[in-house]
Design a protein around this ligand. Structure first.
Ligand code: NAD
Length: 472
């Protein structure tokens, strides 16, 4: 009998080449010319990227003002300034990072030499979110270019002014880098194409889509995700100073920061003591009416503002008490700095990453309860502790897992080019920044050289007479 026919591969049917496919093709062809390999090309691209930022700082600041009401100073500090620092650091060390690294050779194989060589991967796709739309798109690009790759950049459609500015500027300054704008449909098209690496920054839901698409091409991914980053506060710390750092870390970019302290865990007396201290610090930064402050941001969209507003009202209905803030103006995308007390672990505000200017204080009996709570959820991107007790610090380091830890300080771990930045488990896969970027966006290729003479491999080649005798 005739064998049944193989099922037809539907997806391999010839399709018309889409505009997106053409863009990816060009970026890949540019890589294939070999132009990106020399150190000189990479350094020049880094210089050009720095020039893009400094020569267009005003335009970038205006775009971020329109998208997120970011104050130009905050844009300088948290987007342009950190990028320039990342570029400077990478430029300074790149030659050394790229140098082949000699490794030892076991005696059996000598004489021989072995080394590790970093090789560019190829065409890299960078997908960015809207909250730091410049830093999180161009930050990965620093490492992508330093490692000798070409790139397709996909900015977030929810920060449209910034996306438009970058789409215009990037091709004017950089070689081998294309910008593709648009929403999920366009990203879906991009993900059909084969890349050599994908860097995705965003939430866990879309990360699953990206990783599934990458799996079809066996493309490796770096996933920079979020989650609920806790901050432990106890009575051994300087509470007013801790409240100042927490309020600042929470409210930068109106709380839309992946490494912001999401919620506080504290013993009951500390939880109560923090309430007026946090209220005072918020007032010190943004005045009595944060809506009138030039330094207070807005929520990216009315949908997100409505989500936060609903989260607060549902949490209040579930027993939380508003210490400060509370009522949002959804149409104006304004959510005031809000502190919630008497929050229980099953409160709506504890169900998902807040990603806005709402700070719940969760009172727990002791450190054991705090650690148990942290361990019961997904591994967070960051864990913060405000305590002078070295044993407490040691226990938190040992007994919890998180992307990074900040002792007495939030956020700064994310802007130091000397530290790898990334999550663990649900908060991410892989890490970048500085040297970690160059390693993440390169293949580490082992190269072994063994002279043909003297022929020292006789013992591992049949006949095994000598080996057998030695082992007997
Ligand atoms: P998101 O996951 O909604 O979107 C990120 C990107 O994915 C955007 O470019 C978007 O266009 C694209 N996208 C959206 N839907 C898609 C789909 N169906 N298919 C393919 N692509 C799609 O994230 P967001 O709302 O922009 O950002 C918020 C999240 O990002 C938070 O969870 C936050 O913690 C996280 N985050 C993490 C970091 C980090 O560095 N670890 C930094 C900032 C934000």
């Amino acid at each position: 009998a005739a064998l049944p026919a193989y099922p037809r591969e539907v997806t391999s049917a010839p399709t018309q080449t889409s505009a997106t496919a053409v863009v990816v093709q060009r970026v890949r062809e540019r890589f294939d010319t070999g132009v990106t390999r020399p150190l000189a090309w990479r350094l020049e691209q880094l210089d050009r990227l720095a020039a893009l930022l400094t020569e267009n700082a005003g335009e970038i600041e205006r775009a971020l003002r329109a998208d997120l009401h970011k104050s130009p100073t905050e844009t300088h500090l948290t987007e342009i300034g950190v990028l320039l620092e990342e570029i400077r650091h990478t430029r300074r060390h790149l030659r050394r990072w790229l140098a082949p690294q000699r490794v030892s050779v076991p005696w059996q194989y000598q004489p021989a030499r072995a080394s590790l060589v970093l090789e560019p991967l190829g065409a890299v796709l960078v997908i960015a979110p809207w909250n730091y739309p410049v830093f999180l798109l161009l930050g990965p690009l620093v490492g992508v270019l330093a490692a000798g790759n070409t790139a397709v950049l996909k900015p977030s459609e929810l920060a449209p002014r910034t996306a438009e500015v970058l789409e215009r500027l990037v091709p004017r300054y950089l070689d081998g880098v294309a910008v593709v704008t648009g929403g999920p449909e366009r990203t879906t098209e991009l993900l059909e194409e084969r890349f050599d690496h994908i860097v995705f920054t965003g939430g866990g839901r879309v990360a699953r889509i990206v990783m599934t698409a990458a799996a079809r091409h066996l493309t490796p991914v770096t996933l920079e995700l979020g989650g609920k980053s806790p901050a432990w506060v106890d009575a051994t710390t300087d509470l007013p100073a801790a409240a100042r750092r927490i309020a600042w870390g929470k409210l930068v970019n109106a709380g839309q920061t992946c490494v912001a302290p999401d919620y506080l865990l504290a013993p009951p007396d500390v939880a109560r003591a923090l309430e007026p201290l946090l209220a005072r610090e918020i007032r010190a930064m943004y005045g009595a009416d944060p809506a009138a402050s030039p330094d207070y941001g807005r929520i990216v969209t009315t949908e997100h503002a409505a989500r936060l507003d609903q989260m607060v009202s549902e949490s209040v209905a579930a027993g939380a008490r508003v210490v400060v803030g509370g009522k949002a103006d959804v149409a104006r995308r304004y959510v005031p700095p809000t502190v919630l007390a008497d929050v229980t672990p099953d409160s709506p505000v504890m169900a998902e990453e807040i990603f806005g200017p709402v700070l719940p204080i969760v009172a727990v009996p002791d450190l054991d309860a705090a650690i148990a709570h942290i361990r019961s959820g997904d591994k967070p991107l960051a864990l913060y502790a405000f305590t002078a007790d070295a044993d407490v610090q040691a226990r938190l380091l040992r007994e919890t897992s998180s992307g990074a830890v900040g002792l007495d300080v939030p956020l700064v771990q994310a802007s130091m080019p000397s530290l790898p930045f990334g999550g663990v488990g649900a908060s991410g896969t892989g890490a970048y920044h500085g040297e970690a970027s160059v390693r993440a966006f390169s293949h580490t290729k082992p190269v072994v050289r063994k002279p043909l003479l003297p022929d020292t491999l006789g013992a591992i080649r049949p006949p095994f007479t000598a080996v057998r005798r030695a082992l007997a």
